[in-house]
Design a protein around this ligand. Structure first.
Ligand code: HEC
Ligand code: HEC
Length: 395
């Protein structure tokens, strides 16, 4: 389904009306009763946070096929990395720790380059499909639906760098995939069938026993929820069961200067700017965010509101991984977000006391499954039969 065909988000009117309510809240207090009623109506609609709607489980055999592809390094051009390298099931389907045990604010990329964004979690990402009118990725610049996103992840040179025809060949040459394609599609393997299987696998990565969903909130978390929906105003952007309005906003996150200091990240960033036809691609010294997509200057520095589910397992936070704990995130918002960026004017200081900040963190934690959602890693034999002495044979 294309972006244009997406049904309008149910949550959008809530955002607009409550943003107005928050900005003009104090002012409205002093004016007409009609305006008061509007604010109350908006607040009633805000109860839209709640458990995620159930989804039809994809076919188990298709999920198995997707899972195998997910861990299969042959799905990268040079056979060195797989989806699981950056979306590690043992690390909340993101990557928190790098090779030498260093925290990973910014993702790895295809060997020989590095990425300029944090690897987002894949947990619950299937729910993005319900509202992702602006596209996927931190700023909406990758793909309009999960199948497109996965195609991009596979073919993009800085990601898996695998041509779709090669994917097709590699699947066809593997007896296990041949059987799986027969079972699931009653036919020969193809890259398209592989992508469908990967989508089915990612669809299964959803929260299962979060205290917020099963009604077992601690007292602190309950107080945190009241703040979340009231004084702290988080719900203005993090709303609906996925805790996101699917819209771009500028919270004023400072830049992660590693993007510009590390030549490999820098060159990757410039390449992506250029490929997306971003004006002035060679000069930007900041992550332009949603400007990638819209090319409107007012959108520079905006990122799509991410989900708040499973945060316990997905640190560090934000598009550039600069905030390492939920305490830091809450402190960031308490100060009114980042202030250096003149375009970031949506957030105001919240005036939360130390206990209130703790309660808000407790609420955020209650949105994570008690037992981490994960899958067991599968080992894949990668025994190719390379042609012996290929060069000699051809000389
Ligand atoms: C080299 C690291 C790397 C590999 C390999 C990789 N990803 Fe990603 N993935 C990322 C990063 C980084 C982003 C965010 C990109 C951005 O916002 O600019 C991302 C974004 C995504 C998203 C969008 C998530 C969202 O919330 O919008 C999905 C879905 C995804 N990847 C799935 C996959 C799958 C499936 C594979 C394997 C076929 C894969 N990725 C391979 C690093 C990687
Ligand atoms: C104006 C809209 C808006 C409001 C209000 C808002 N957020 Fe956010 N939130 C965002 C956006 C946009 C991002 C992504 C920013 C980035 O990546 O640079 C984000 C990111 C986050 C993250 C990081 C998630 C991750 O996976 O990295 C957390 C946690 C968070 N917000 C919590 C909160 C809390 C708690 C509040 C209330 C105190 C709040 N937000 C208020 C829009 C908002």
């Amino acid at each position: 389904m294309s972006i244009q065909q997406k049904p309008k988000s149910l949550w959008r009117p809530i955002l607009i009306s409550t943003a107005i309510a928050v900005v003009f809240g104090g002012y409205l207090d002093s004016i007409t009763g009609v305006a008061q009623q509007t604010v109350q109506a908006a607040e009633t609609q805000l109860a839209a946070i709640g458990p995620l709607p159930a989804r039809k489980a994809p076919r188990a055999s298709l999920v198995e096929m997707g899972k195998r592809l997910f861990f299969d390094a042959r799905m990268s051009g040079d056979g060195a990395i797989s989806c699981a390298t950056c979306h590690d099931p043992a690390q909340g389907f993101t990557r928190q720790v790098g090779k030498e045990g260093k925290p990973m604010a910014l993702s790895d990329a295809y060997p020989g380059t590095r990425h300029f964004r944090n690897a987002p979690t894949l947990l619950n990402s299937v729910y993005k499909a319900d509202f992702a009118e602006v596209g996927w990725g931190w700023d909406g610049h990758i793909g309009a639906n999960m199948n497109d996103v996965i195609r991009d992840q596979i073919t993009e040179t800085m990601m898996l760098n695998l041509d779709m025809r090669l994917m097709h060949e590699r699947m066809k040459q593997d007896a296990v995939y041949v059987e799986m394609c027969q079972e699931n599609f009653n036919g020969e393997c193809s890259s398209g069938k592989g992508r469908k299987a990967l989508v089915a696998f990612v669809e299964t990565l959803v929260s299962k026993d979060a205290p917020f969903d099963n009604g077992s909130l601690s007292d602190a978390a309950k107080k945190g929820q009241t703040l979340f929906e009231g004084k702290a105003g988080c719900i203005n952007c993090h709303n609906g069961p996925y805790f996101s309005d699917g819209e771009p906003h500028n919270t004023g996150m400072p830049e992660n200067m590693d993007v510009f200091k590390d030549p490999l990240r820098h060159i990757a960033y410039r390449a992506v700017l250029t490929n997306h036809g971003v004006p002035n691609a060679e000069n930007w010294r900041r992550d332009v965010g949603f400007f990638f997509v819209s090319k409107r200057y007012a959108d520079v520095g905006k990122f799509i509101t991410p989900t708040l589910r499973e945060l316990k397992y997905t640190a560090p936070y934000m598009h550039n991984g600069l905030l390492t704990s939920l305490e830091d995130v809450v402190e960031f918002y308490n100060q009114g977000g980042g202030k250096d960026d003149p375009l970031a004017d949506v957030l105001q200081p919240l005036g939360l006391g130390a206990q209130e900040q703790k309660d808000l963190v407790a609420f955020l934690e209650s949105l994570s499954s008690t037992t981490p959602v994960t899958v067991e890693k599968i080992k894949i034999s990668q025994e190719y039969e390379p042609i012996p002495n290929w060069l000699e044979a051809h000389n």
